[in-house]
Every structure is written in C-alpha cells, then in structure tokens.
Design a protein around this ligand. Sequence first.
Ligand SMILES: *[C@@H]1O[C@H](CO)[C@@H](O)[C@H](O)[C@H]1NC(C)=O
Ligand SMILES: *[C@@H]1O[C@H](CO)[C@@H](O)[C@H](O)[C@H]1NC(C)=O
Ligand SMILES: *[C@@H]1O[C@H](CO)[C@@H](O)[C@H](O)[C@H]1NC(C)=O
Ligand SMILES: *[C@@H]1O[C@H](CO)[C@@H](O)[C@H](O)[C@H]1NC(C)=O
Length: 364
Amino acid sequence: MITEIMGTRLAILLLMSGAGFIILEATAEPQFTAMYVFGDSLTDPGNNIYFNYSVTKANYWPYGIDSDIGPTGRFCNGKTLVDFIGEFLGLPLIPSYADTAAKGADILSGVNYASAGAGILEETGYHFGRVIPLGEQVSNFKTTLNQLRNQMQEEELSNYLAKAIVFVDMGANDYLNNYLLPHLYRSMTTYSPQQFADLLINLYTGHILELQSLGLRKFFIAEAAPIGCIPFIIGSELAPSGKCQNFSNNLVQIFNSRLKPLVYNLNSDHPGSVFTLGSSYQLFMDLRDNAEAYGFMEKDGACCGIGGRKGACLPNTVPCSNRDEYIFWDEAHPTQATNWILATWIYNNTSYTFPVSIQQMARM
Ligand SMILES: *[C@@H]1O[C@H](CO)[C@@H](O)[C@H](O)[C@H]1NC(C)=O
Ligand SMILES: *[C@@H]1O[C@H](CO)[C@@H](O)[C@H](O)[C@H]1NC(C)=O
Ligand SMILES: *[C@@H]1O[C@H](CO)[C@@H](O)[C@H](O)[C@H]1NC(C)=O
Ligand SMILES: *[C@@H]1O[C@H](CO)[C@@H](O)[C@H](O)[C@H]1NC(C)=O
C-alpha cells in the first residue's frame, strides 16, 4: 500500500518534470548551448567501461534497472544528477567521452568526461586499476575542442563555449579512495587534513582555470558529498549505528569550507565568467534529516548490496523492489529518486547555491 502511494508520488513528480521539459522544448531555446561534465561516479555515464583493467564499472544488471537504456556504466538504478540537470535545461542526453560513436553533431550538446573512482589527484583511485583523473579529463576536453573547431568558425565557437555550462563534481574520492586508505596511499601520513585540503584546492583551481582559459565561462562546482553517510561507511563498524561517521565527514568539510572563498575569488578575478557553488553537503544532510517527508523509508542501507548494508552491488544481485523509498542505490551512490530531488534543488533553489542557481546562471 505504502509502495503504491510512493510509486504514485514519484510518477507525478516525474510527470511534472516531463511536462516542464516539453514546455521548454516548445517555447525556448536551450538555456545553455551545451553541458561539459567533469567528475566522479556521481556523474559518470560509463567512461570506465572501455578500460579492461578497471574495476570501477557499472555496466551490468541491476544497474540501470529503471532506465530505458539499461545498464550503461552509470552508478545508479536510473538517471544521474547531471542527466536530470540536462533535462531541466532542455539538452539531449549528454554522450560520454569514451563513446567513440558520439561524433560530429552528437557532441554539440556537450560531452561527459566523468570517471568513477577518480579524483583531483592523479593517483586517487589508482587501486581500481584505471580511472580518469581530473587532469586527464581536462586533456580529453581539449580533444573535443579540436573536433568542435572542425565544425565551427572561431567566433561562433567562442560564443558557443561562453554559453555552455561546465559541471564539476570532484574531491570526494581524494578522501574515500586516497586519504582514508593509509595502507594504500601515503597522503595521510604526508599531509595534515588542512595541508591536504590546500593541496586539492590548488590543483582544483588550476584545472578550473585551464578550462576557463580554453573559452568556457559558466561553471557549476559541486561540493564533496558527506562520505561519512554512505552505506559503505555507515554499515561498517566505522560508524555508530544509524549515524554518519564524523571523522570522514569532517575531513571533506575542510575541503568544502575552502570552496566558497575560491568561488568568491574566481568571480572577482574573472569578470565575464560566472562560477557558482552547489552546497551538495548541506543539501544531502537536509535530505537525510527529512528523509520521511520526501518519501524515503530507508536512509542508511543500500537497495542493492550483497551481505547487508555495506555490500557491493555485484552482477545479478536482486535489488530491493521499493527503490524510490531508498536514498542509496548501492553502497556509495544515490538512487534515481534521490538524484531527482538533488537536481531540482541545485537547479532552482538559491538556498543551496552560491552566488546563483543554475537557472539564474543560464540567464547571465
Ligand atoms: C580490451 O580487451 C579486448 C578483448 O580482449 C581487446 O580487444 C582490447 O584491445 C582491449 N583494450 C585495451 C585498451 O587494452
Ligand atoms: C558528530 O558530529 C555531529 C554534528 O556535527 C555532532 O552533533 C556529534 O556530537 C558528533 N559526534 C561525535 C561522536 O563526535
Ligand atoms: C523550480 O522552482 C519552481 C518553484 O519555485 C518549481 O515550480 C519548479 O518545478 C522548479 N523547477 C524544477 C526543474 O525543479
Ligand atoms: C529551498 O530550500 C530551503 C531550505 O531547505 C527550503 O526551505 C525551501 O522551501 C526551498 N525552496 C523551494 C522553492 O523549494
């Protein structure tokens, strides 16, 4: 019965967002010319699946169980945060960089370079075999830029780039898959938490400014999520029952606390460009604290996982059936239902964006 009601609730929400999309299509040009995405598993559309030696791939059932396109490599049962943002913006589904079939006109609405397990530091996620660190994602954008040069004159290209949105979501893996694994990485013994955050911010700033120097002008930068609240951490002995683990949350908050001043400085140093910050951390905490009000009955456990709350979602694991009532799809990633709420909030709600929402940035 409850499932029935919740199913209806989501159907209505999805219908509403679908209707909004149709109106946008009919009455307006897309608000941005394109979307270029740099990120980790929260935004990866399947860039790792072509690497034979990568273990961070999600191109098998039951990933994509609620998607018309099935398992693609997205770490979700359906759409990711950027899939929804793209829909709100009236853009077609953004192809992954590794999808070599996407050429010519296909890349005009943008390209997604995100890679699960990747971070700002080159070595982050190294133990997964192969991931695409932020620096390499930026290099890959340069390859796209050369392809765009074949399709547009210089002036047209610079107008096009200036009206594209850049979505960047990085940093969480530099903790989860680097700093917090001292048996594999030396960062924790080398740097204090403050020094490590400074190191990340310096490199991050360099990569963002490189994209800006290539002609991109509108940047949405997402904070690192509260990694101490993912089932992998919560379901382990690392956190008291039902609580997030403060140790890892506090570490990412040191990084996040440096993003607001960074965005402030980037805006004042680069007039003509817009940089905006999404408060993903607070957003996620607010969603978690009000989970029931949003229809989530399970906020700590994963919908798909072998051996209880923290287990991985391995091939052919039977997932929960009431997926819209779970915040988490697998041991580290949100469900489509969660992504929809996160996407609407950062798209539209200035309580979670600084200094402007994505919608406001589109009009600037
Ligand atoms: C991956 O493995 C396939 C099948 O064995 C092979 O054809 C392909 O060349 C490999 N790709 C890379 C990048 O090594
Ligand atoms: C964890 O952090 C929360 C929020 O900052 C705080 O209320 C709580 O007391 C902390 N718990 C421990 C064990 O430090
Ligand atoms: C944006 O906000 C308005 C209310 O302020 C809401 O009606 C609308 O559905 C929101 N759009 C999206 C895409 O979430
Ligand atoms: C925006 O977020 C704030 C804080 O959670 C909330 O109180 C407000 O209702 C939200 N506004 C909209 C239009 O959703």
